[in-house]
Design a protein around this ligand. Structure first.
Ligand code: GLC
Length: 721
């Protein structure tokens, strides 16, 4: 529809109808829904009339073409102007075919496969009636105590931005109106939800605006620059004001500075939560603050429908604000073609053919293998397929490998680790036993596992976190594996056999108690529907692991936050003239993480020649190039993620010791070498100054090209403007 027609529709709406359009409810409120739908937050008793429900603008958490079409039909019968509902849901890393959790995908550094995973998720969701997904989540995360790190792509603003764009491209495609196999994306959680104090979910976020703009905002901006249609507000405060009522963040920055004119939705209950936050005395004040801040849709509370009318009549809120919010929602419905076809791509027959198709599962298997990270390997991997193998541990046969945001994913149809191993090795050579549960164990379980392992030549020890220990409201103060699992490791080690630990988890863990006692560690994350096959592909050498950490693994929880792009301090421990005592250090642990950002091993080895610069300096007009030769010096073909880091040796504010500025994946046969070239531009050297100006300075820099954030020789160059 033209803007004129949309405005004409808006002008036909009563004030009550307009206000109800700003509400989003979960499926139980709607005629035609046949199940509870997806409940992802507190279900506070909502006092809303049938009339408001008949005029509600959107639905949260409905699924399946049949149910969604039934709800839409029933709604259109009741809605005076025939305005169709928008159906939104959390399709985070797969709809029914579940891909690895986003933090795992972040470790693949594979933007093409990431985009493909979102495209497949969109296809399965769209054919099942979903119009909008609440993804990508791009919150930068430096604190693994926070349960939702699994939903992010980690600690780096550049890598997060690249993935944000890839996910938006995959979800939305480039023609939402006509490509009914795509869904609108909703980038979240705006802003800086990944920085709660103490890593405790929903807790206070407090940082300088400069820190916010330099590290936490880039990925949201990248998603919007890629055309992301929606933004979701965060639960947390930003500079003392809850994001959902934060005019400076939402109106001044998001809408006025970034020119975002799409739909802005609150997170579940976040409008009303301004009351417990302590910035609203009641729901009326919460509604006033949210609408003045520019929040278009209130999710799952009723402050808007129960208060906006009075706020308008009292003159506290201008009806024009309601009109602009409604218009944005109508415009999104129009972009999705819903006025022409309220049922869009929902098709029961196609749903049966498309959802969980073998092609989709194969894509999930490929991405899961590329998302796994080999953290240790004392030449025990890959395993032979003709030896006796014991698969022991609480994740040996465990379907809880889809992760905490896998909603419609079917655990029953997930390939568990042991099944994956059985697809590689004759059953006569295999034995399995739990050894313990996730957090508890019995003597019998342990003895059964010891008996099984004694018969084997190799032990695969499958450990990890229950998905309930991860995800939303899943913060942990102790990020080690549960004690009973660490005891199992010790008992297995006493057998004196080669042990490969495979860890299923949603966060970087303190892997002490595992890494010292085993011969190999493979980080599997929550690998999704094809997890068992993907991990077995790696364990038996059918896939050579290439994943690299998108988030640092702390040496201990006491180190947190620990991240690679930190500042040097005035007393760096590793300075040439560093004192014994008076330096920035711990007395009891190292400063370095257990495993750094960008780290990951392969079954082969790669050698890097000393990087060469095209010149000693660059100018805004004349970039530099840096080239290095990478050679596969091992016996197996493999993929290497070559990383470019830059250090600004002296800024107007302190600058990180390293910043990721580029990466390239190269696949090399044994002995093969390839020249890898990066371009260094003046734009890449810009940063937020103390006055928030985003610009570069003349000065000296170092470039590093290497396999992770720790290695690589410093190559000096200058910027001359
Ligand atoms: C949840 C999450 C958000 C999700 C929303 C709808 O509380 O914070 O990420 O999209 O509610 O399920």
């Amino acid at each position: 529809m033209t803007n004129q027609k949309l405005e004409s529709l808006l002008n036909q709406m009563t004030l009550d109808e307009k206000i109800a359009q700003l509400l989003q409810l979960a499926t139980p409120f709607f005629e035609g829904s046949d199940n509870e739908g997806q409940i992802t937050g507190p279900l506070a008793g909502l006092k809303i009339s049938d009339e408001v429900i008949a005029n509600t603008g959107s639905v949260l958490g409905a699924s399946g073409a049949k149910e969604i079409n039934n709800i839409q039909k029933a709604h259109l019968r009741k809605n005076r102007l025939g305005i169709p509902l928008l159906f939104m849901a959390d399709v985070i890393h797969g709809y029914k075919t579940i891909f690895p959790v986003p933090l795992a995908i972040g470790c693949s550094w594979d933007l093409k496969l990431a985009e493909k995973s979102a495209e497949i998720a969109a296809k399965e969701a769209a054919v099942s009636g979903v119009h909008v997904t609440f993804a990508p989540m791009v919150d930068l995360a430096r604190d693994p105590r926070w349960g939702r790190v699994m939903e992010s792509t980690g600690e780096d603003p550049y890598l997060n931005s690249q993935f944000a764009k890839a996910f938006v491209r995959g979800f939305q495609g480039n023609d939402l109106q006509n490509d009914v196999n795509r869904v609108a994306a909703c980038v979240k959680h705006f802003a800086a939800y990944g920085a709660p104090e103490g890593g405790r979910d929903y807790n206070t976020v407090d940082m300088s605006e400069r820190q916010l703009r330099e590290y936490y905002l880039p990925a949201y901006k990248a998603a919007l620059d890629e055309g992301c249609e929606m933004v979701m507000t965060a639960f947390n405060t930003v500079d003392g004001i809850p994001a959902t009522g934060n005019k400076k963040l939402l109106r001044d920055l998001l809408r006025d500075e970034w020119k975002f004119d799409g739909v802005l939705i609150s997170d579940w209950g976040a409008v009303k939560e301004m009351i417990p936050h302590g910035v609203a005395e009641d729901e009326a004040e919460a509604a006033e603050k949210a609408i003045l801040a520019g929040v278009d849709i209130e999710m799952m509370t009723a402050c808007y429908p129960n208060n906006l009318k009075q706020l308008i009549e009292s003159g506290k809120v201008d009806e024009a604000l309601i009109d602009e919010a409604v218009l944005r929602i109508l415009r999104l419905k129009d972009k999705l073609g819903l006025f022409g076809n309220p049922f869009r791509g929902a098709d029961e027959q196609q749903e049966k053919e498309l959802v969980m198709s073998s092609g989709h599962r194969q894509a999930a298997r490929e991405l899961a293998a590329k998302s796994s990270v080999l953290l240790k390997n004392n030449r025990v991997l890959p395993l032979p397929k003709d030896k006796k193998i014991a698969v022991v541990g609480p994740f040996a046969q465990n379907d809880d490998i889809l992760g905490p945001w896998s909603w419609l994913g079917s655990k029953e149809e997930a390939i568990q680790l042991y099944e994956g191993v059985q697809n590689k090795v004759a059953s006569s050579l295999l034995v399995t036993a739990k050894g313990c549960d996730i957090g508890t164990g019995t003597e019998d379980q342990l003895n059964e596992a010891l008996k099984a392992a004694r018969e084997a030549d190799f032990i695969i020890l499958a450990l990890g976190e229950d998905s309930e220990m991860s995800g939303e409201a899943g913060s942990r103060a102790d990020i080690r594996l549960p004690e009973v699992q660490l005891q199992l490791v010790k008992k297995m080690k006493q057998l004196g056999k080669p042990i490969v630990a495979v860890v299923f988890n949603g966060r970087p863990l303190d892997l002490h108690g595992v890494v010292e006692d085993v011969d190999a560690v493979l980080e599997a994350w929550y690998p999704g529907t094809e997890g068992g096959n993907a991990i077995a592909d790696i364990l038996f050498g059918d896939v050579n692991p290439s994943g690299k950490l998108a988030m640092s693994f702390p040496y201990s929880v006491g180190q947190i936050p620990v991240y690679y792009n930190s500042f040097n301090t005035g007393r760096p421990k590793d300075a040439p003239d560093a004192q014994e005592r008076y330096v920035s250090q711990y007395l009891d642990i190292p400063n370095e993480p257990l495993f750094p950002f960008g780290f990951g091993l392969s079954f082969t080895t790669f050698a890097y020649s000393e990087p060469q610069l095209s010149a000693g300096h660059l100018t805004p007009e004349q970039p530099l190039t840096i080239t290095t030769e990478v050679q596969n010096t091992g016996k197996l073909a493999g993929e290497e993620i070559v990383q470019l880091y830059i250090r600004d040796l002296s800024g107007e504010v302190v600058r990180p010791v390293k910043e990721l500025k580029g990466f390239k994946k190269v696949f090399l046969q044994p002995g093969e070498k390839v020249e890898v070239l990066f371009t260094i531009t003046e734009e890449q050297l810009r940063y937020h100054h103390s006055n928030l100006e985003f610009t570069s300075d003349n000065g000296k820099f170092h470039a590093f090209v290497g396999p992770d954030s720790q290695d690589g020789k410093a190559i000096p160059f200058e910027l001359i403007k």
